[in-house]
Design a protein around this ligand. Structure first.
Ligand code: 5GP
Length: 120
């Protein structure tokens, strides 16, 4: 795993309003904002509001309401940003070895261009 939750991680600080972000969407369960270093024309991060280190942590320890609320928020952001045609990509890195830099669970949402096939 990635260890215990660090309340000083950058996304925790964004959630508390201590750091700014370019907000796309917010509700009881999720916050979505533009990635500071976009890797596609649209590159949004969606994070749950609870203190989850990674998808592994969230999927194990999130409540039904948190998991449902978060998942619906991801779909709503993709819909609202008109990413459904031609399509978009979801990605979540789990653990440092998989490229996870920020230890607060987040889903990357990529779109706004043809993305092509992806290999790991
Ligand atoms: P990871 O590598 O953990 O899957 O992805 C972390 C992402 O967070 C990276 O794409 C990086 O550009 C983005 N990021 C890191 N710090 C900040 C920040 O302070 N604000 C925003 N909006 N994005 C950030």
């Amino acid at each position: 795993g990635t260890g215990p939750y660090d309340p000083q991680n950058v996304f925790a600080r964004i959630l508390r309003g201590e750091l700014p972000c370019r907000k796309v969407y917010e509700d009881e369960y999720a916050l979505a904002f533009h990635d500071i270093a976009p890797k596609a024309p649209v590159h949004v991060l969606v994070i749950p509001k609870g203190p989850f280190v990674s998808f592994a942590d969230f999927s194990s320890n999130g409540t039904e309401a948190e998991i449902t609320g978060f998942t619906r928020a991801v779909g709503k952001v993709a819909r609202d940003l008109k990413l459904e045609a031609p399509g978009y990509r979801l990605l979540s890195n789990v653990g440092v070895e998989a490229g996870q830099e920020v230890p607060h669970f987040h889903v990357h949402l990529f779109g706004g261009k043809a993305l092509g096939a992806m290999l790991p």
